[in-house]
Ligand binder design. Structure first.
Ligand code: BJW
Length: 261
């Protein structure tokens, strides 16, 4: 028998979220798993089928642009046919609750490139690893139109119609810098957060994985929501073991209903 979902998180987490003026959240692939987007490192995840070193770095792209462009075209098609799930919506609801408070401040930093948080209505959002739906030219920097990316003769890489440079997805590969200002914004929010939630991430990829630790070092109450224990869980205040799409709506509901005891 599984415990009821509302027993998975502590009363302390509910009380703190109900009273905090500053809340920050980090999400990873796990939050989109229930929408049908594969994670990276879980069994059956993307890295089980494709090695990151063959696909998620610029050398791999230059070695075999057709393979890498094709892989991202496939992932774009997956993302286009799925919907945000109750976990994404619950975080948008939490943002609305917190920002409605006097002095309320909220930031959602996501490692995901699927755009599902934006589609769920999150507004105070920073995409640390870019966005799959944008493509740009590696030579002139121009952002490509969707049809320019997809309409490519088989075996040929997609190229910029303006300068013939190779087109690449606007995502952050290993060894690349994060988008300008993104990490500064997320670090600032983590530094000042009273409560920090880390949701559906293995916390294996830096610098994003350091954000919950920054929050903890600056006095936040830090909880992770994950079906497994992440690499950094021993340093956090609470592990909420469960699916984000079930835990987060229940948590936000309890926060909404909370009254001073
Ligand atoms: C559920 C669930 C459910 C499942 N509910 N939970 C410091 C120390 C060591 C190394 C480094 C360091 N600083 C930098 C590095 C190097 C490197 C790095 O971190 N390497 C590590 C592997 C050690 N980092 C970088 O290179 C970064 N750039 C950088 O640091 O620039 C500065 C610099 C440049 C040059 C020289 C020196 C410094 C860039 C990192 C870019 C990461 N890119 C990717 C690919 C993006 C594009 C794409 O999508 O293809 O981003 S890798 C991949 O991992 C993707 C993800 O965003 C990222 C994180 O994965 P995530 O989201 O955590 O997913 P999973 O699958 O790992 O975990 C899913 C979790 O969900 C699991 O825990 C499940 O249990 C859980 N779950 N279902 C709740 N229903």
């Amino acid at each position: 028998m599984h415990p009821p979902v509302t027993d998975l998180f502590s009363d302390e987490l509910v009380a703190r979220l109900a009273q905090a003026r500053r809340v920050a959240v980090l999400t990873g692939a796990g939050i989109s798993a229930e929408s049908g987007v594969p994670t990276f490192r879980d069994p059956g995840g993307l890295w089980e089928q494709f090695r990151p070193e063959e696909l998620a770095n610029v050398e791999a792209f230059l070695r075999n642009p057709v393979l890498v462009q094709g892989w991202y075209a496939h992932r774009r098609a997956v993302v286009e046919r799925v919907q945000p799930n109750p976990g994404h919506h619950a975080l948008a609801d939490l943002e609305a609750l917190v920002t409605a408070r006097p002095g309320g401040d909220f930031l959602l930093a996501t490692q995901n490139v699927d755009g599902l948080h934006e589609r769920a209505g999150s507004q105070h959002l920073v995409e640390l690893h870019g966005n799959l739906r944008r493509t740009y030219c590696t030579r002139c920097g121009r952002e490509a139109e969707e049809h320019e990316v997809e309409a490519v003769a088989s075996g040929e890489p997609a190229r910029c119609p303006a300068c013939s440079g190779l087109l690449r997805p606007d995502v952050v590969w290993f060894g690349e810098m994060l988008p300008e200002g993104a990490m500064d914004r997320a670090t600032e929010a983590a530094t000042h957060a009273e409560v920090f939630l880390s949701v559906g991430t293995s916390a294996a990829v830096y610098p994003a994985a350091g954000l919950p630790l920054v929050a903890k070092a600056h006095g936040a109450y830090v909880a992770e929501v994950n079906v497994e224990r992440s690499e950094i869980v021993a340093h956090l205040d609470e592990h909420v073991r469960g699916r984000a799409g079930e835990v987060l709506p229940a948590l936000v509901e309890r926060v909404r209903a909370w009254r001073v005891p």
